[in-house]
Design a protein around this ligand. Sequence first.
Ligand code: C2E
Ligand code: CA
Ligand code: CA
Length: 761
Amino acid sequence: MRYVYTTLLLIFAAAIFICSCIIGRRDKRPLTKAIRYIMIAAPSTMAAYAGALLAPERLPAEFMYAVYYVVSDVLLICMLFYALKYTGIYEIRGAQKAVLYFVTGVDGVLMLLNVFTDRVFIFRCGLIEDAGTFFYGIAERGGLYNFHRLIIYGMVVLIVFPLVVKIGKSPQMYRKKFWLTLLSLLVIIAANIAYLVMGLEIDFSVLSYGIMAVAIYYFNVIYVPQGLVEGLLSSSIKNMDDSVICFDIEGNCVYANSVAYGFFKAESGEPFEDYYKEWMNGRTLSQAEDSEWKEIREINAVKRYYDVSFKRLCDRDENFVGCFFKMHDETVEVEKLAAERFRATHDRLTGIYNREHFYDVVTEAVRKAEPGTYCMVCSDIKNFKLVNDIFGINVGDELLLNIANTLKRLAGTGSIYGRLSGDRFAICMPRERFQPEVFAAEIRRIGEKSGTSTYRICLHIGVYDIVDRDIAVSVMCDRAYMAIKTIKSSLTDVIAHYDDGIRESSVSEQKVTGEFGTALEDGQFCFYIQPQVSVRGKILGGEALVRWIHPERGLVPPGEFIGILENTGLICRLDMYIWELACKKLREWKDRELTNYHISVNISPKDFYFADIYKVFTGLVEKYEISPRNLRLEITESAIMSDFDKQLVLIQRLQEYGFYVEMDDFGSGYSSLNMLKDMPVNTLKIDMGFLRQTDHEERSRTILKMMIALSRQLGMEVITEGVETKEQVDFLTEIGCDIFQGYYFARPMTVEDFEKKYFNR
Ligand code: C2E
Ligand code: CA
Ligand code: CA
């Protein structure tokens, strides 16, 4: 019996030990680690006990029993740590752990002392007969044995307690797992009690340590309680955000989750079969294949988007056993995506296409259509920046919205429209639908509605007939804008077509910019002077007006190149050249003691961007040692208006230095009488064009009268330019104009002619 039992113990212990080694390599989870300690401690206990039974003499036998008791303590510690980790009910840390180790340590020391001295008496071995052979078994236990017992029972309580608590706290599905673990523990306790109560010589309960180690491993790592998987799966489906409806082979609904019920507003038990029939569209379930589709349904008058999938369910032998539908409500995603797409393709303020998207859509439409089907209609607000500056951003935005809405309405179906940038809009529309009169009327209406009595908003439209489908949409728009640039009178003409003339001028534009550099170096530019005459007929000086003496084309007037050079920024180089020529001339006059004559030079608005005007002019005056009084500076209204505060400071500094500053072309732009009082210029150059243009001559004359009276009151000198007739001179003299410039007195002439005519008298 003894041999059979020890053999069994040793084989079983070895098997468990090997298993623990294999598991340790594969599974590194903390819980498995705790179980592995049990799987090492349990076979060690078994081996120690087998060793004691097999010991040939009393001393080794007692030693092995002592080892067995100590290892049992270790096994219980391992089980305690496992139970705590497994249940997570409480933890043993720091001092508690120290006490535990100390108490078991004392037990171990006492056990050894028991073996080697007679003073400590825990147990003694005696010879016991087993089927004719003898071995050493526990013959007697002393009072100190109770200390060992106390440790053992204490730890059993500590192990059982968390398991019991855990069972009470766990959901039904998990209880079984804890129950089975607890049960395997109880088996050992029961076996041990049985051994003690029955007073057996051999402790058969030692074998149960091994059984328990295996059971714990099995129940914790391998075993999944029946119903747990099903339970988890069904509650995952129940709590899913998607509708799930399952049908059996006959097409009966066997399950529908709560979302599905909510979705169909079906009361529990109402047939879902109707819905699937609608989905299946005449097919039978077993015929249907796995598929996915999108569906839009109106629920409570709200459009909702669904991603629906149908899946067949088959058993292991590929037999059809049922199917399910899953409906994912993707309304939020769809709407978010749509909003993002909208933001990426539409203008935020007006809600119409942005430039990139407009280009894309037009490219596509034009490519598909016959050449000449469409035209590109582009709009531009004249001086939009000023609208913002004068009326504020909100009014500017309102105006843009107004324009967007009007264009949208004018565009009608079959057209594509968008906002290209700030105040620029474009419509690509069928050519035959573009009616200039309708557009012009609408544009005027916008101007009247949005402007004020002092400032009239002016919208211009350029049209390009898309005959060449292969050019980029941006170029089509550029051509429409080129057409806009040809609009001269902003109030009467509002629409311009891109035509051959514009094409030619764009060619000549390229020519001008191409030739400019060498022309400047070759000295092809010079200036003419147009005299300025006082009311009493005295010559005061003149305005320097640039001329290009072209080797092939002859004398080219500035109208043909100034605008182009301004657009390209080259104007600055030309102006500096002319300013230098004018200063040189003034120096020459100074040397001839002709210091009573001035020269006025033109400063383009662009010059303020590219040059430090103050530095340039003071530098020139110092270089040629001339008086700043003799060099007058003509600044246009638009240059001042582009950055009023900055220009104000600049003008004041120039005046402090001694320059005369004249405001050129007053009345041709957006001048307001109100602005005059803030403008620190010395001279006002009134543009006669302003008088000529208007239909209400009488009113214009009144305004002119007021203007001159006001500027005189403010201490400004008034020059009227473009004076052509005696009547004009008489009228202007009458209302107080100081100086005249115009064909009536003289046309612009070469400097030599000027000198001959006025200095040699
Ligand atoms: P602006 O500064 O207003 O110059 C006056 C223009 O009116 C000159 O044209 C002149 O010839 C013209 N004019 C003078 N009296 C009469 C008249 O009685 N009747 C009419 N119908 N016209 C008259 P021009 O020389 O062709 O210059 C045109 C424009 O070119 C100038 O207008 C000015 O804006 C620009 N410009 C001329 N020279 C320069 C320059 O050196 N630099 C810059 N940046 N611009 C210049
Ligand atoms: Ca001028
Ligand atoms: Ca002028």
